[in-house]
Design a binder for this molecule. Structure first.
Ligand SMILES: C[S@@+](CC[C@H](N)C(=O)[O-])C[C@H]1O[C@@H](n2cnc3c(N)ncnc32)[C@H](O)[C@@H]1O
Length: 251
């Protein structure tokens, strides 16, 4: 079995810095790994497109979310982040859900009594998250807004939640922009600007997997002065490769 996995918790201190020319992303995976990630990506994109125009409804961790086409559905690994949100959020805290998609993590945080701002660049996601807040009776404590990373976000938060697109290819449409962020431009901007949006007790929950460039994420976090611990982890075998998924608590 080949591995796309890493052992991230062992290498934080040693992670190589990105340097000043970090704006030009280059993958830190082998050619074989990149080919495999590309083929999974194409398959996921084709399957997402084939699902057609129907909304999907998910009953998940005590909430219900309706997810339209072109918005990221709940998937078998989503609970690694959703359960961490339920544990991490305390009543009265201010939470930012970056790249909210269907709003699922924003809704979970609001059910814990947090005041939540949820943002996304996808207008279908913004509409879906707003509708899902109302559906779950938390519309009064969950505001949803269009924002390209922090462009339309002011102030500080006790918790920032982000499940960024794992891939670094150029997206062809809205559906694909939930899965891929060209050269990790948005994710890079996110980490470079995140600190100024964290309160003194602020922390982040970040979900990522080795079907993306986990080494890049690790170096980016170190470069921006953050440290991370693994809160949740799972793995699966795809086409003979081990793929790992992590929820990191980042401070
Ligand atoms: C992997 S999906 C996660 C969706 C949702 N948080 C979840 O867990 O189901 C990534 C989300 O980030 C959003 N996104 C991509 N680029 C963004 C940007 N520059 N600013 C804000 N959101 C962005 C996508 O539209 C998508 O909804």
């Amino acid at each position: 079995m080949r591995s796309l996995g890493r052992e991230p918790e062992h290498h934080w201190a040693m992670a190589e810095k990105l340097g000043d020319d970090a704006s030009g992303y280059t993958p830190s995976m082998s050619e074989a790994q990149i080919d495999q990630v590309r083929s999974w990506h194409e398959r996921a994109y084709r399957e997402g497109r084939a699902e057609g125009a129907a909304d999907q409804t998910f009953n998940y961790l005590g909430v219900s979310v309706v997810v339209p086409p072109e918005v990221m559905p709940v998937n078998p690994m989503s609970h690694l982040l959703g359960e961490a949100v339920l544990v991490e959020v305390h009543e009265g805290e201010r939470v930012l859900d970056m790249g909210t998609g269907s709003g699922v993590n924003a809704v979970l945080a609001a059910t814990r009594g947090a005041d939540v701002l949820a943002v996304d660049t996808n207008p279908r996601a913004v509409d879906a998250a707003r509708a899902n807040a109302a559906l779950n009776g938390v519309g009064d404590r969950l505001e949803v807004r269009h924002s390209d990373v922090f462009a339309n976000v002011k102030g500080t938060f006790d918790l920032i939640v982000f499940d960024p697109p794992f891939r670094w290819f150029r997206p062809r449409d809205l559906l694909e922009s939930a899965m891929t962020d060209e050269n990790y431009e948005a994710m890079t901007r996110f980490f470079r600007e995140a600190r100024q949006h964290l309160s003194p007790r602020g922390r982040m929950l970040i979900f990522f997997g080795t079907s993306g460039d986990l080494d890049y994420l690790r170096r980016l976090m170190v470069d921006c002065g953050f440290s991370a611990e693994v809160l949740a982890h799972d793995e699966l075998i795809r086409d003979g490769w081990k793929v790992e998924y992590f929820t990191f608590r980042v401070t």
